[in-house]
Write a protein that binds this ligand. Structure first.
Ligand code: B12
Ligand code: SF4
Length: 508
């Protein structure tokens, strides 16, 4: 079959503000196995430009695909863009099959199949094996009901098949790197870069997490083979920056250490960046020198909040003392820390923001990223937030960088004022400026300067966005806006009601 993968242009800050673009790993992960199965596969990455819908349509028709496959890293906020592009494509190619995968459609399959008639099938959960089986079935006109891990329409409406088994051996899946020209992709201020995954999933239970349940259980690649793949990308493709997509790569100290040692043995000059948990950093205090030697330059630590009650509410399983110690240890080993900080909890007041700002200053992270609490329907947190009021009806803005829910005691402008003020104080305090200007390590200096540059663009952009965006004063409840909680389906590959058929009313 002729298979076209499309990475749509995303309107979010992460896609539009930096001049860099990262390869769409999810689509490449699907593409590799499909190439090996003999399909003619091509990728259109519309993030470059960004391409208009008309340009995507024109390039797509030139390839004359049998099937167009969509997926995206932005998930929830990316969905409306995918819907618009898919709709435009089927207008000019009415016989083309539209296949859709990723986190958001895995859970919202009922609504998508109900509202978007042009979608032929949705791949639920991890896609490598399922996409192969689905494309074969579509090619030979076999019954889709026999394919595990998908959702499609039959005579009674949208239905999901039984969950696909998790991929036990991640090394068996090949990334279709040949689908991209590495020279186009960069990160960290113009350095050639890729996104990779050492592991999938996370054993922790934060109740707002939209990723953990998707992968169902934590698995990892062979540490030595993985290190060799990174070294090969460096030697053959000139890749310099490795961005880890892992939710939590450091879960097993033993395995992680094996990876670090294997990469050090490869003797390649790489910059590694990614996210992990503060408690793993503290646990690994005795091997942080290996992190540094392997090339780690920055860890994003999801601190989320410093209020112990809020941490309890979101089941973060962290303590403020550990978070603080992790930042200290990273600095001691010449690794930058970026703290994410979440605002917009229902009962927040000025006093909470002030206390949070003081706490953040005491933590002293190198970089800070503020986010708005954004419930996903498949997480337990959604249930807690189900009766809160939506103020942002545009789903493209459900990207953590727009306030989407009303808070009880503060107007949105006031939350934004605290949001921007906190960022400004953290990034403009003398200590932070000193680190940006005079950081002794040239690599870290570059990283700090690049981030500051991004911050300078993001800061006014977010204020303008706020002024431009249409907001509701007191909109529908979260439950009315998205539908009933779906947390019982959170484990995407052990779903509880696989074969359930839904009627039109329920799907709506
Ligand atoms: C790398 C990354 C980015 C990169 C994107 C690079 C790129 N070109 O893809 C950058 C930094 C640009 C970025 C930006 C944003 N991101 Co981001 N990002 C990630 C991150 C860390 C990894 C994504 C990834 O590669 N995963 C690994 C791949 C293999 O998994 P996957 O994409 O899910 O694909 C698998 C399956 O889903 C499925 N699949 C996926 N697509 C398809 C398609 C088909 C046809 C099939 C069959 C199967 C299939 O098969 C794949 C293999 O099993 C995730 C967090 C995470 N741990 O996943 C956040 C994450 C996806 N990002 C998120 C967000 C919010 C954003 C932004 C909106 C932030 C912002 N406000 O700017 C933007 C959106 C930009 C965009 N283009 O999507 C959220 C999405 C939340 C949600 N559920 O809505 C996440 C989950 C972070 C989080 N913890 O909340 N991001
Ligand atoms: S530690 Fe991170 S990835 Fe793991 S459950 Fe919590 S938020 Fe999700």
């Amino acid at each position: 079959m002729r298979v076209l993968l499309v990475n749509v242009p995303h309107p979010s800050i992460g896609s539009r503000i930096p001049d860099d673009h990262l390869p769409p790993l999810g689509l490449l992960a699907i593409g590799g196995p499909l190439i090996d199965d003999g399909h003619a596969v091509r990728l259109i990455d519309a993030e470059f430009g960004p391409m208009s819908i008309a340009e995507v349509v024109s390039e797509a028709t030139g390839f004359a695909p049998d099937a167009v496959l969509f997926g995206h890293s932005g998930s929830t906020s990316g969905h409306p863009v995918i819907a618009a592009v898919a709709c435009a494509l089927v207008k000019v190619m009415p016989r083309v099959l539209i296949v859709y995968g990723g986190v958001f459609p895995t859970y919202h399959w009922r609504e998508i199949l109900h509202d978007e008639p042009y979608v032929s099938a949705i791949v639920r959960g991890e896609g490598e094996e399922t996409a192969r089986r689905l494309m074969r079935a579509l090619e030979y006109g076999r019954d889709l009901a026999d394919i595990a891990g998908i959702a499609f329409r039959d005579v009674s409406g949208p239905r999901a098949t039984q969950p696909a088994p998790v991929i036990a051996n991640l090394d068996a899946c090949r990334i279709g790197w040949e689908l991209i020209d590495h020279a186009r992709y960069s990160y960290w201020g113009g350095l050639r870069a890729v996104v990779v995954q050492f592991s999938r999933g996370c054993p922790h239970l934060c109740n707002y997490c939209g990723q953990r349940g998707f992968w169902t259980r934590w698995r990892h690649r062979d540490p030595v083979r993985f290190a060799k793949e990174l070294a090969r990308l460096h030697r053959e493709q000139g890749v310099k920056v490795i961005n880890f997509a892992d939710e939590n790569p450091t879960v097993s100290k033993k395995v992680w250490r094996a990876f670090l040692e294997a990469l050090i043995a490869e003797n390649v000059d790489l910059i590694l960046v990614g996210s992990t948990r503060a408690d793993d950093i503290v646990r690994d205090a005795d091997i942080l020198h290996l992190y540094k030697k392997a090339g780690w330059q920055r860890f994003l630590l999801g601190l989320e909040n410093t209020d112990e009650r809020t941490l309890e509410l979101i089941r973060k399983g962290a303590t403020t003392a550990v978070d603080r110690e992790a930042i200290r240890l990273l600095r001691q080993h010449g690794i930058l820390s970026m703290a994410t900080w979440v605002v917009g909890f229902e009962e927040e007041t000025d006093r909470d923001h002030w206390r949070g700002l003081k706490q953040l200053l005491a933590y002293d992270p190198d970089q800070v990223q503020l986010l708005y609490v954004t419930p996903h329907r498949w997480t337990p947190y959604f249930r807690l937030a189900a009766e809160r009021r939506v103020i942002q009806p545009d789903r493209r803005r459900w990207d953590y960088k727009h306030q989407v829910l009303a808070t009880r005691h503060m107007a949105p402008w006031r939350v934004l004022a605290w949001f921007k003020f906190t960022e400004m104080v953290l990034q403009c305090r003398p200590k932070a400026i000193w680190r940006v200007l005079f950081q002794r390590d040239a690599g870290l200096r570059h990283a700090m300067r690049w981030y500051t540059q991004m911050g300078r663009r993001v800061w006014p952009h977010e204020i303008l966005e706020f002024l431009r965006a249409r907001r509701l004063k007191w909109g529908p409840s979260v439950r009315e806006f998205w539908g009933a909680p779906q947390d019982d389906e959170e484990q995407s590959m052990t779903a509880t009601r696989p074969e359930r058929r839904v009627g039109r009313r329920e799907a709506a």
